[in-house]
Design a protein around this ligand. Structure first.
Ligand code: ADP
Ligand code: MG
Ligand code: MG
Length: 886
């Protein structure tokens, strides 16, 4: 098996095998860019090593062959005492994992070759000893786990002894002394001398890179980013070039566009007389890349030329690492660069303008998660605000509020109308009420899959998790950060996108993108590059998508907003809120009615109220379809809670008051009490048990439609029966509904469809039968997930999902993104069998999943007609539906 590839043998599409860094080094080599020669050891070698704990057979020989070729090409031998070849040993996995894995520079230096390196040019003593001390430091730290601080400490002491703060002021003798000190540190921690054999250095470094794949921080990072654990890393062995040879040398990073805003221009940092990590390590202050033009014009021009070539070649923003050795430019790394959500849209738009990509490709360059991010308000940070801590952006948004440390206090202050931020070390199920009450959640422990993160995302609430700079003292109700103390009631601002935490109130601006969707910003007139790009890409998504996008809305205001956001109908109009408030009493009367006439009176009183609700909604939707779900939740939700009522009645009896009415209510509540209400008397079951209830709703919907049509407003109601598990249930409801509809519609031009939710697994499995009685299906994937997995949604997410995520039982909550293998299969079966029984059956989804990017792609693939989601997710669903279609 071939485990080692020369750079000339690879290309950018071999990331699986060569890792991102190796594949792109190969690509640049083949483009003719000046890349120092080298070779890549494959991810397969790493996988074999990790599986067996030993280098696979043949690897050592292949490395020897490639090393020999490299030595021939360079005219130097690894670690040769007279004129040594030095190499870097660099990790590079398929997906970049910034700062997670290891790199060792200057491999091949030892007590003898350091002299050879020094002799390479005059006046190079200093450079040679600096390179050697760097090797011992990096090798010690990454290969042998010597604590890095010890080296740093020794370096500081050497600088102090010189009375300087810059490593540039250390001369050859200082550095030679430092090498001795470093060797002692190395020996103290490893019990052996620093290895002098260059090949041993190389082999140990390669092995360390392999091992770094399973370093704890890498494992945690992969889990958070959902990178598979078994990919392994490649290892790149690259001939060293030296940016630390003097003022005419240096090293830098460059971006072909601004990764923050997407703006075109020269972005990057340069550091003269420095090597590798120095730029990011902040050892000395870097200068902006533009300065390089003054420092070394030919190298600068050459770099700009390569940047332009790389952009054209990759047709995307690239980031670059380069080094200049005595005026000669070397390219050390490139990749398609990470960018902010805003930059992703702006750059995609620019690339279309430049003719580098077409609009279909532009759609692939952005995604719904980025669009969702751009719809949150943003902090205005052009002020004096500096973050005091940075955690993990666990659930996006910008939240400002007073700090509280307990759930109870959060509820209490929120009840007084205060905005609060709940601060906890980590949250647990007891914090749920506090999380609901808070504007945002801030924890000092846990990552993207912690309890706080999972629950906050489920609630759409801003959350920063794992801000470990925070020292939280719950009993004293305060936390310390950066030498300051923040007490209960102090205001903080948290950014759930960047993970940053600020003291005080950072002003927030509403999102321009939302203003655009609201119609308040004209994309043709604005100078805002982001809005223009979003408009252009959304327009294309709409032109391309097959899926329609509807919204879940119960009020005319929500419906109107959703239409501005691009919704093409209502996929779920819940009717339960229409029974709350002042109407609750009517519902109580309905439930408690002993005589048919009492019940009929209550229903008759509800009818006009319901009708008025529907008229408003039909008007707001102006002829777009409106799917109204008949009443779904268990009736006891409309009654007072049992315990409270029992206490009230007992107290009143004590006082000798007349409690006949309350007692009747209590008896009814007792009668209706259920152990598992979500599996009890709800949905269609209610309609079959309480005479007249569904009939009243059907009448209200139909009358509202007729009223609208008479006034010249088209109305397209679709009546949806919830929780059906057997066709007989639906047939019974349907028979009555059809009678009422025929009676109400009379001669008017109104069509009312009758369909059902598919949310009970049995319904999905008997969809062929159910379709005989349904003109449409709407998948209620929340309940379908709940019943399919047997997960009580209200209980499990906070209780143990973190553990399931940690164990990898699923990579994301199945309530957040559809479980394609299981619940998705139910959807697929129902769609196929439903359509087979009734061609033209309308299919949609109205669960939370309708606005989730991955789920949208799944529903597109299954062939549904539309997805429906909350108004705010409508643009995300439009974009993802477009992406699914190209
Ligand atoms: P990372 O993946 O963390 O960026 P790299 O493998 O790119 O790690 O290496 C770390 C630093 O060392 C980078 O700045 C890189 O440019 C520099 N470097 C790596 N190999 C060489 C080399 N052969 N010659 C000079 N500098 C190098
Ligand atoms: Mg790098
Ligand atoms: Mg349901």
């Amino acid at each position: 098996r071939k485990y080692v590839y020369d750079f000339a043998e690879g290309n950018k599409d071999l990331k699986d095998l060569l890792g991102g860094k190796g594949a792109n080094l190969a690509e640049m080599t083949n483009l003719g860019l000046p890349v120092p020669p080298g070779f890549t050891i494959t991810t397969e070698a790493c996988q074999a090593y990790l599986a067996s704990g030993r280098e696979p057979a043949g690897l050592g020989d292949q490395i020897a062959d490639h090393l020999a070729a490299l030595e021939r090409e360079m005219g130097r031998r690894l670690g040769d005492p007279d004129d040594p070849l030095l190499v870097s040993v660099r990790s590079g996995a398929k997906f970049s994992m910034p700062g997670m894995m290891e790199t060792v520079l200057n491999v091949g230096l030892n007590d003898r070759s350091v002299a050879g390196l020094a002799a390479r040019a005059s006046d190079n003593q200093r450079f040679a000893w600096d390179s050697y001390r760097r090797l011992i430091q990096m090798f010690g730290k990454t290969v042998c786990d010597v604590p890095g601080e010890e080296f740093e400490h020794a370096l500081d002491e050497a600088k102090q002894a010189r009375g300087t703060t810059s490593d540039l002021d250390l001369d050859a003798d200082d550095l030679r002394g430092l090498v001795d000190t470093y060797k002692k540190i190395f020996n103290k921690h490893t019990g052996r001398e620093f290895p002098q054999d260059p090949r041993e250095q190389l082999d140990l470094a390669i092995r360390a890179v392999f091992d770094s794949w399973n370093a704890e921080r890498a494992v945690i990072y992969r889990r958070q980013e959902r990178i598979p654990a078994d990919l392994g890393t490649a290892v790149n062995v690259v001939a060293m070039v030296f940016g630390n040879l003097g003022p005419d040398s240096g090293t830098g990073v460059a971006f072909t566009r601004d990764p923050a805003s997407g703006a075109q221009g020269i972005y990057g940092d340069y550091l003269a007389n420095a090597q590798g990590e120095d730029v990011v390590a902040g050892i000395r202050n870097t200068v902006p890349l533009q300065e390089l033009e003054r420092i070394d014009k030919p190298a600068y021009d050459e770099l700009l030329d390569y940047m332009a070539r790389l952009e054209r070649h990759y047709t995307d923003l690239c980031d670059i690492e380069f080094t200049i050795e005595r005026g000669k430019l070397w390219m050390l790394q490139t990749r398609v660069g990470k960018r902010t959500a805003a930059a992703a849209f702006v750059i995609a738009g620019q690339l279309v303008d430049e003719g580098l990509i077409d609009l279909d490709e532009a759609l692939h360059r952005v995604n719904g998660a980025q669009l969702a991010q751009l719809m949150f308000p943003r902090f205005q940070l052009d002020h004096e605000f500096q973050p005091v801590a940075t955690g993990i952006g666990a659930s996006p948004g910008a939240a400002v509020g007073k700090v509280v440390f307990t759930s109870a206090r959060a509820v209490e202050l929120a009840g007084q109308g205060e905005d609060v931020i709940l601060v906890r070390r980590e949250t647990n199920p007891d914090d749920l009420n506090g999380m609901i009450a808070a504007r945002g959640i801030l924890t000092s422990r846990g990552g993207k899959t912690s309890h706080a993160a999972v629950v906050a995302r489920g609630m759409g609430k801003t959350c920063v998790s794992g801000a470990d700079e925070l020292d939280i003292d719950v009993p004293k109700r305060r936390f310390a950060v950066g030498g300051r103390t923040v007490a209960e009631g102090d205001v903080v601002s948290i950014d759930g996108t960047t993970g940053k935490v600020y003291l005080g109130e950072v002003p927030a601006t509403p999102s321009e993108v939302v203003q655009y969707f609201e119609g308040e910003l004209d994309p043709a007139a604005t100078g805002d590059a982001l809005v223009k790009a979003v408009h252009r890409i959304m327009t294309h998504a709409d032109a391309k998508r097959r899926l329609a996008v509807r919204t879940n809305a119960d009020t005319a205001a929500d419906a109107a907003r959703a239409r501005r956001f691009g919704a093409e109908g209502i996929g779920l109009c819940r009717t339960e809120h229409m029974f709350l408030g002042d109407r609750r009493e009517l519902v109580e009367r309905l439930i408690l009615a002993r005589e048919a006439t009492e019940r009929e009176d209550a229903l008759a009183a509800l009818l006009p109220l319901q009708r008025a609700d529907f008229v408003e909604i039909f008007r707001a939707m102006d002829g777009q379809p409106v799917t109204v779900r008949l009443i779904d939740p268990p009736l006891h939700e409309f009654l007072p809670p049992l315990e409270q009522l029992a206490v009230d009645v007992a107290v009143a009896q004590e006082r000798g008051e007349d409690v006949a009415k309350e007692e009747a209510l209590l008896a009814a509540v007792r009668r209706m009490h259920e152990e598992n209400p979500m599996l009890g008397l709800r949905g269609v079951r209610l309609g079959l048990v309480i005479p007249g209830l569904f009939a009243m709703q059907v009448r209200a919907i139909t009358e509202a439609a007729v009223e609208c049509v008479r006034q010249g407003v088209p109305a397209c109601p679709e009546i949806m029966v919830p929780l059906v598990g057997a066709v007989q249930e639906l047939e019974t409801v349907r028979a009555e509904a059809e009678r009422i509809i025929a009676e109400v519609v009379g001669g008017n031009e109104v069509e009312v469809l009758i369909g059902t939710m598919i949310e009970v697994p049995r319904a999905a499995l008997t969809a062929g039968q159910i379709a005989e009685a349904a003109e449409f299906f709407s998948f209620g994937t929340n309940d379908l997930t709940q019943m399919g997995w047997g997960f009580s949604r209200d209980d499990v997410e906070g209780a143990f999902f973190w553990r399931y995520l940690e164990l990898g039982i699923f990579g994301i909550s199945p309530f957040e993104s559809i479980d394609a293998d299981g619940i998705g299969r139910l959807v697929r079966i129902a769609a196929e069998e439903g359509r087979a029984a009734r061609p033209g059956l309308k299919l949609g989804v109205c669960g939370e999943h309708g606005g989730d990017p991955d789920s949208v792609h799944f529903f597109d693939a299954v062939g549904l007609d539309y997805v429906s989601c909350s108004p705010f997710r409508v643009p995300v669903a439009r974009l993802e539906a477009g992406r699914a279609a190209v």
